[in-house]
Design a protein around this ligand. Structure first.
Ligand SMILES: Nc1ncnc2c1ncn2[C@@H]1O[C@H](COP(=O)(O)OP(=O)(O)O)[C@@H](O)[C@H]1O
Ligand SMILES: O=C(O)[C@@H](O)C(=O)COP(=O)(O)O
Length: 410
């Protein structure tokens, strides 16, 4: 079995659909949930979704180590550490420490670092991460509320996070094919090697070169280079449609466009950051009432940042980001348990993590793909309600996502 550890929940579903496209039967286990021996026996791959992207190093390492231990006990022979395709982290970030811990545990001498996700415009060339045609530092990630990315060379981002050497393997070698890449990696003394990959073919070359490695690391793109298997039967079971909602905590430019597009035909409401900090329960109550008042046939969109100017780091000395996460999470819980919502689209990795935790979901069954990196998944809450969830990475999806995503469940 392939075992994967993802540092956020949208990243986990992003990886799971890529793995499934390669023919693997795959599910996502939320944090320390054990799907049970019977469910595990039917899987070729299991992704453990953690909410560690912005966690302090000690906590991220401890949680990732525990996830690794479970995966190994459950029979994982190869481990994939999934981080963000925009390498979201800071100099105090935990990508390096988590990779160090997992590599030590698995005895991995050389670990490739491959954040590329060409389907969504993330490519690595001469060690630099691009988002579309822009260097990472010139993309909207520069203004991320939690992990502002102000450099683009992956080695420069990783080095402050690890005592191990970080080297680069450039495209000249990658385009010579898997044998050349394998030989170059074997000749390398650095533990970490950032590998240029500018399209899926490069990722397939890299995947073939590292197919025997105990540890793979990257965004979800590298999974397209996993050895292909015969596709499993589609076992998606539809979930009754008694209420839909979109909850956006993402502050990304892409989500901003999706909110603006939805606003042309659907009701939208912004979370008040001041109320989120000072009176979260009352703000949740108002939002739940507003969603209920929209009636059926419309998809209410609740959002927290429509444009960069909406992002406030603090209100009266108190941080806004966790307060917004809490309001959206409690809103999701109330809407599912009391208002008949069975289809919920969450935008933003941190936000999705907070929502899934609040719903008390343990396992995500992977359902229809909506767009590159986004899928529907089926889940049961701790209250026993069945829900279809789409956990959308902030930067993913077409502008009309909030109105078009539902068609995939038809
Ligand atoms: N208006 C706002 N002011 C401050 N923080 C906000 C605001 N709106 C959203 N946030 C926070 O920004 C973070 C966004 O992260 P995330 O959900 O991962 O989405 P993305 O990475 O796409 O921006 C969350 O912690 C969210 O609560
Ligand atoms: O790799 C990616 O880009 C995504 O899978 C992902 O993790 C995005 O994170 P958020 O933008 O915080 O949702």
């Amino acid at each position: 079995m392939l075992g994967a550890i993802a540092d956020d929940f949208t990243g986990a579903t992003d990886l799971a659909i890529t793995v499934r496209r390669n023919g693997y039967r795959v599910a996502v286990a939320i944090e320390d949930h054990d799907p049970g021996a019977q469910a595990r026996a039917g899987l070729d791959a299991l992704v453990i979704a953690l909410k560690t992207r912005t966690a302090p190093v000690d906590e991220a390492v401890r949680t990732s180590r525990a996830a690794l231990e479970r995966l190994r006990q459950w029979g994982a022979r190869q481990v994939y550490v999934k981080y963000c395709s925009t390498f979201d982290s800071t100099d105090q970030g935990n990508i390096g420490p988590v990779l160090d811990a997992v590599a030590d545990e698995l005895g991995a001498e050389r670990v490739v670092v491959a954040p590329s996700l060409p389907a969504n415009g993330r490519t690595v060339y001469h060690g630099h991460l691009f988002v579309g045609g822009d260097l990472l530092e010139h993309s909207s990630m520069r203004h991320h509320p939690l992990t502002p990315m102000t450099r683009s060379r992956i080695a420069d981002l990783l080095r402050p996070q690890t005592p191990h050497a970080v080297a680069e393997l450039h495209h000249e070698t990658v385009r010579q094919g898997p044998e050349a890449v394998r030989a170059a990696l074997a000749a390398e003394s650095a533990r970490y090697v950032v590998v240029d990959t500018i399209d899926d073919e490069d990722l397939r070359v890299l995947g073939a070169a590292v197919s025997d490695n105990p540890l793979l690391s990257g965004g979800s793109g590298l999974a397209c280079g996993l050895p292909a298997r015969e596709s499993p039967a589609d076992d998606w079971q539809s979930i009754p449609d008694t209420g839909r909602v979109v909850l956006c905590g993402s502050a990304s430019a892409t989500t901003g466009r999706q909110i603006a597009t939805a606003a042309r035909s659907q009701p939208v409401r912004r979370v008040d950051p001041r109320a989120a900090v000072h009176e979260p329960d009352a703000e949740v109550e108002r939002i739940v009432d507003w969603v209920r008042a929209q009636g059926s046939g419309r998809v209410p969109v609740v959002y927290a940042a429509g444009e960069p100017a909406d992002v406030l780091s603090e209100v009266d000395g108190q941080p806004v980001a966790p307060a917004v996460e809490k309001v959206l999470a409690l809103t999701a819980q109330r809407l599912v348990s009391e208002a008949g919502v069975t289809r919920l689209l969450a935008a933003g990795g941190e936000t999705s993590g907070a929502i899934v935790r609040a719903l008390g979901v343990g396992l995500l069954r992977i359902g229809p793909e909506i767009a590159p990196g986004i899928c529907w998944s089926g889940a049961v809450t701790d209250g026993g309600q069945e829900v279809a969830l789409a956990l959308k990475s902030g930067n993913f999806g077409p502008d009309d996502l909030f109105t078009s995503a539902w068609d995939r469940l038809a």
